[in-house]
Design a protein around this ligand. Structure first.
Ligand code: SF4
Ligand code: F3S
Length: 503
């Protein structure tokens, strides 16, 4: 499937430029929700730990889950092994993604045996997709809870805990491999969940915040699992969105990323996504607004105009195309042609100065000919994306594309992917060099990974920039000149120096 929101899928590769990820976006754990430093071992309260896989929607959900457990009086655990409640927030984007999570979960069998009161739960897209099957197959799991259950998770955990205690009281020989009680399964799709807003701050909050404004998908592209894991489209009412955005800014957020499987399909009665951009733009103290992922057909002129006229939307648009060949787009059920897409790109660039674009591209979809693939290369040359999320097709159980004949050899798919990556790498290099010498604004996000004394941030086009040691703090907006570029990261030379940069 294509990742609607950029996941860390194993086949997905990201080439340079103003990338979302600094790590290469491989399928991997993308983090725990709480900082271990903030967890106190002496705390007598029950503790929780959330390990997150997948896309930004899952990251947001994990923060929401953490806020619910904090609200209920739990404390963050310093590591997964010591947690009383250990949750894996999972991704179903590919079979490999699921297999790795299963292996990780099974590795906790020994920990569970030593800590019988631990509740081990699977949440997220895998839980939603597999439900009872997952509970039956993974014996170490106590709870399988789908993507719309997070408000109730503490209660579900307590329910399961009581059941397990009762089972253990009846059978002292109880063990995970041979437990008498099945996992508790909760996978309803509940529109109300989408409206839940995060009221309790989580310790991990910083200048960059995510805010889910809609979930689900009605589009059913033939390769994609998401409509089956996230249900139909549901939008959060605009007042809730603005309220949550205001709270995030009050707690230190400078940039908010609005999230949704098709974020620009958001609606609230007569209001559309462009109206929402205008409303969030007016949140006092917000500096930057970004959104992902978009559905091309819903990218109206009104959205481009809202981006152009508002202060906070950044000059970066994720505009997924998947293929540069009409026959392939048709089989994917993407509902647009290449020509239509190119006209949209033209319009966006005409309205939004300095706009950089990113996209998702899949090679080797069933029936893709060499000519189709060449058309994709032509599209990439024409649009000149600053970033591409590229991957090769593999069938996903339960999606309509599995009924198409997938007879292109894997080696050929891999060859096409390599050629596409090489082309994209060259284009990104050109774009990065073209921008050397520009004076830009950088929002400092965090210390750089290589040298924590060097602040790391991004421009309004999401170019990555490292600043001189101790020159700024997370949340600072700094004007810099983009000097040399190494890999896909610039060095930024501050154009003003002042007391506020001196640590
Ligand atoms: Fe999947 Fe929906 Fe995006 Fe299509 S539009 S790729 S079905 S999430
Ligand atoms: Fe995201 Fe993976 Fe689900 S990409 S929506 S966590 S299938």
């Amino acid at each position: 499937m294509t990742p609607p929101i950029r996941p860390q899928s194993e086949e997905m590769r990201v080439i340079g430029g103003p990338g979302i990820s600094r790590s290469g976006r491989r399928f991997e754990r993308i983090g725990s929700t709480v900082s271990p430093a903030l967890a106190t071992e002496s705390d007598a309260r029950r503790t929780f730990y959330v390990e997150t896989y997948g896309c930004e929607m899952n990251q947001y959900d994990s923060d929401f889950i953490a806020s619910r457990f904090l609200e209920e009086g739990y404390a963050p655990a310093p590591d997964p092994e010591s947690a009383d409640v250990l949750l894996f927030n999972t991704c179903s984007v590919r079979q490999g993604a699921e297999d790795r999570v299963r292996a990780r979960i099974r590795s906790f069998a020994g920990v569970k045996a030593r800590h019988p009161d631990m509740t081990l739960g699977i949440v997220g897209c895998m839980a939603q997709r597999l439900g009872e099957r997952l509970g039956a197959e993974e014996r170490v799991v106590d709870l399988v809870a789908g993507t719309d259950t997070y408000r109730d998770l503490p209660a579900l955990v307590e329910e399961k805990r009581e059941r397990s205690r009762a089972a253990r009281a009846e059978n002292p020989e109880w063990s995970d491999r041979d437990r008498p009680d099945p996992a508790l399964i909760a996978t309803p799709i509940d529109a109300e969940h989408t409206y839940a807003i995060r009221r309790h701050p989580t310790p991990a909050e910083g200048p960059i915040a995510f805010l889910t404004i809609m979930q689900g998908c009605d589009k059913f592209c033939t390769f994609c699992i998401v409509p089956f894991t996230r249900g139909r489209e549901r939008s959060k009412p605009w007042r809730e969105v603005v309220d949550e955005a205001s709270r995030l800014v009050e707690r230190g957020a400078k940039q908010i990323t609005l999230l949704g499987q098709n974020v620009n399909s958001w609606c609230d009665d007569e209001l559309g996504f462009a109206d929402l951009i205008r409303k969030v733009d007016r949140v006092p103290g917000l500096e930057r607004l970004f959104f992902t992922s978009s559905y091309p057909r819903d990218m109206t002129d009104d959205v481009f105009e809202a981006i152009a006229e508002c202060r906070t939307p950044i000059e970066y648009l994720h505009f997924p195309v998947q293929s540069g060949a009409d026959p392939v787009l048709k089989r994917m059920k993407r509902r647009h042609t290449v020509e239509w897409y190119l006209r949209r790109v033209e319009k966006a660039r005409a309205l939004i100065p300095n706009l950089q674009l990113s996209t998702d591209l899949m090679v080797g979809f069933p029936g893709e000919t060499e000519e189709d693939f060449r058309a994709t290369l032509d599209l990439v040359r024409e649009v000149r994306y600053a970033e591409c999320f590229m991957y090769q097709y593999s069938p996903r159980e339960g999606t309509p594309a599995t009924k198409l004949v997938d007879d292109l050899p894997e080696e050929e798919k891999a060859r096409r992917l390599s050629e596409l990556i090489a082309l994209q790498r060259g284009i990104v290099g050109e774009i990065l060099r073209e921008n050397v010498g520009r004076e830009v604004e950088v929002l400092v996000e965090a210390p750089s990974k290589k040298n924590p004394r060097e602040p790391f941030g991004r421009t309004r086009e999401r170019f990555m920039v490292v600043l001189p040691e101790d020159s700024a703090r997370p949340g600072d907006l700094v004007r810099v000149v983009l000097s040399e570029v190494s890999g896909s990261t610039y060095r930024g030379i501050p154009v003003e120096t002042g007391a506020r940069w001196v640590s």
